[in-house]
Design a protein around this ligand. Structure first.
Ligand code: EPU
Length: 409
């Protein structure tokens, strides 16, 4: 793969930011919005809650003049990220009802920490008939610890931050998630008139305000999309310039790519990746930011399958995020799972086969492996990939990949 690819806005930044528009009765405009099924879906949820939503080019206009506080079951269930409407609804209306999101293929995905945070703000939380009801006469800021068994929670931090911006007094979240997407949300909220300090660190302090106003905001580039193209370039011995990518959000990923023999050169508008001789095996453990992200684990595993030597990848965030392993094996990869670790005996010649995508990042890994494999690979259930990658087939074709989308009948 050779050439240049434009990195889109970050899915995991835009979803909570869209939810945050519920906090004001004024109009908000969000720019650099990727065209993804998850974004359209969040738009439907906001519309259902009573907001006016308009998608225009790479902008979303939201005007939540009047809203209601309940989320329909099927809407929430379809996309786990939609749980982050709960914080804004509670903040603005002092009540929220949403369906309890179930688990998903990557793990159990509880929301106990979100609820712990709402309760710490004075909300009463009741779970009944598959729904979570949270309500409060008033929300009052307090100190809370939001660390869980796998460390911090990204959407939990976002949710509590969004409820706390309109609470009375000061909220302090300890063990807050430090992900760049949390910082982007805090910047959006502060531009609306919120008073949040410390976002990006484990201690976030929120001083409640009475009211928020409409704003325009451009979301950060998607570090996981950028990582995916960087890894694809490495797996195909290519050279790709990632236009708009933020290397400063990707230290752990770029460090591992560097260790595996990939050269990364920053330039004014992003960075270029190219192989630097032979690929080398690496050991990776996924961790909350600034550690190696779980959302790039599957793609990195695809790279390790074509890297001579033994690599060990340990997944510490989601207990069953190894669904791609059996499909990679169908392409000829040799991978063994031992508890939370996958041991990859890399350097095998992969050969194309029909494979099944199980979730978003697993599909990206299968596409990367398919590009590196001899012959043709058919990735089925490709709708998973459209949840989080804007025009992935078009972007890859532009880089010289031979890839086409076949409509499912
Ligand atoms: N956890 C709890 N209790 C909670 C919440 C989380 O125990 O109340 C645990 C989870 O089970 C997991 C860990 O904490 O073990 C981290 O989960 P987190 O809450 O951070 O995940 P999330 O906020 O639901 C977001 C992204 C995911 C990404 C994770 C981790 C969005 C919309 N989703 O999910 O993105 O994997 O953070 O970085 O922002 C993806 O894009 O493919 C994706 C799955």
């Amino acid at each position: 793969m050779h050439g240049e690819v434009q990195i889109s806005g970050a899915k995991n930044a835009v979803l909570p930011i869209m939810a945050a528009t519920l906090l004001t009765s004024e109009r908000c405009v969000i720019r650099r919005v990727p065209r993804l099924s998850d974004v359209r879906f969040m738009g439907q949820i906001l519309t259902w809650l009573g907001a006016q939503v308009r998608l225009e080019g790479d902008a979303v206009h939201v005007h939540a003049k009047k809203i209601k506080g309940a989320g329909e079951y099927d809407l929430i269930r379809k996309m786990r990220g939609s749980i982050c409407i709960m914080g804004p609804l509670l903040g603005r209306l002092k009540k929220a009802t949403v369906s309890l999101p179930g688990g998903c293929v990557i793990g159990a995905r509880p929301i106990n920490l979100h609820l712990k945070g709402f309760e710490a703000l004075g909300a009463k939380v009741v779970i009944e008939g598959g729904y979570v009801h949270a309500s409060a006469r008033r929300l009052v800021g307090s100190a809370m610890f939001l660390g869980g068994r796998a460390g911090s929670t990204v959407l939990g931090t976002a949710n509590v931050m969004m409820a706390a911006v309109l609470a009375e007094g000061v909220t302090v979240i300890e063990s807050a998630a430090c992900e760049p997407e949390v910082v982007d949300l805090a910047n959006f909220l502060n531009a609306m008139g919120a008073r949040i300090a410390g976002a990006g660190s484990p201690t976030v302090t929120i001083t409640g305000v009475k009211e928020l106003h409409g704003v325009e905001h451009e979301v950060i580039p998607d570090r996981i999309e950028a990582a995916t193209y960087a890894i694809a370039a490495a797996a195909t011995n290519g050279e790709v310039n990632l236009r708009g990518a933020r290397a400063d959000h990707m230290h752990a990923i770029l460090d591992k790519l560097n260790e595996s023999g990939v050269k990364v050169e920053r330039n004014g508008s992003g960075f270029t990746v190219r192989r630097n001789g032979r690929l080398k095996p690496v050991d990776i453990t996924t961790l909350p930011y600034s550690g190696f992200p779980t959302d790039a684990q599957a793609q990195m595993m695809a790279l390790m399958t074509v890297t001579p030597g033994i690599s060990i990848i340990t997944e510490r965030i989601f207990e069953s995020r190894f669904m791609h392993v059996s499909e990679l094996t169908r392409l000829g990869a040799e991978i063994e799972i031992e508890g939370p670790s996958a041991i990859i005996k890399g350097g095998k010649n992969l050969s194309g086969a029909p494979v099944m995508a199980s979730d978003l990042r697993a599909s990206a890994a299968l596409v990367i492996a398919g590009l590196a494999a001899r012959g043709t690979t058919q990735v089925n259930r490709v709708y998973h990939i459209d949840r989080g990658y804007e025009n992935i087939d078009g972007k890859l074709r532009q880089l010289g990949a031979r890839i086409e989308r076949i409509e499912e009948s």
